[in-house]
Write a protein that binds this ligand. Structure first.
Ligand code: GRF
Length: 204
């Protein structure tokens, strides 16, 4: 019987979402899963330091050095060796190809910093999402955790949380508040929900 789902987390940057997952695991808010591996697409990402400090196993698939095809091959090798039950994209900056998604060994979930279907899909990543939201003048934005399929940001939605936009917001200020009030809250919750489902499905 599977007691805890094995989780691999893919990161590219500062790793605050990874940190939220680690904290939730320590606080037992994530209890149906356990992060066993963090993979970074950038050898210099601060997320790797956070992972090492938390005692996690780490690996690098260097996107810039490898180019897209070799990068995805390396990711697949790492994931096939680890055999996670769930893959979490936590601030992972690259769109994975349909071929990769059809070959990979586990379901993938992603956190996106807007209320999908607004400000999502190709070209909407990082600060660009918040710049676009402010430019359009939306009064409410937020974050979404969703399953990953072959359509960028197009998979089934698991959780969403709204955040009010302030008149004084800059893209950076909004990005920070969306992380604090939405991403760091719903990503660990969604991870627990999905891990619970994975465990239940393996018991059937
Ligand atoms: C987050 O806003 C995430 O939604 C987006 O990139 C940012 C990464 O932040 N895809 P961090 O590396 O988790 O701090």
């Amino acid at each position: 019987m599977l007691r805890k789902a094995k989780i691999a987390v893919l990161v590219s940057g500062s790793g605050t979402n990874l940190q939220a997952l680690i904290a939730a695991q320590e606080a037992k808010e994530i209890k149906s899963g356990e992060i066993t591996l963090a993979i970074s697409s950038d050898p210099g990402a601060y997320a790797l330091t956070r992972a090492v400090q938390a005692g996690l196993k780490t690996a690098v698939a260097d996107r810039k050095a490898l180019g897209r095809e070799a990068f995805e091959r390396r990711l697949l090798e790492l994931l096939e060796a680890e055999k996670p039950d769930l893959i979490i994209l936590a601030g992972f900056m690259y769109i994975l190809s349909a071929d990769f998604i059809s070959r990979v060994c586990a379901p993938i979930i992603n956190v996106h910093p807007s209320l999908i279907p607004a400000f999502c899909g190709e070209g909407f990543y990082g600060l660009k999402v918040h710049e676009a939201a402010l430019e359009r003048g939306v009064k409410v934005t937020g974050a979404t955790v969703h399953f990953v399929n072959e359509i960028p940001d197009g998979g089934k939605i698991i959780l969403q949380k709204a955040v009010n936009v302030r008149q004084s917001d800059t893209p950076k200020a909004l990005q920070r508040r969306v992380k604090e009030q939405a991403e760091w809250v719903i990503l660990p919750k969604a991870a627990e929900l999905v891990c619970r489902e994975i465990i239940a499905s393996k018991e059937e």
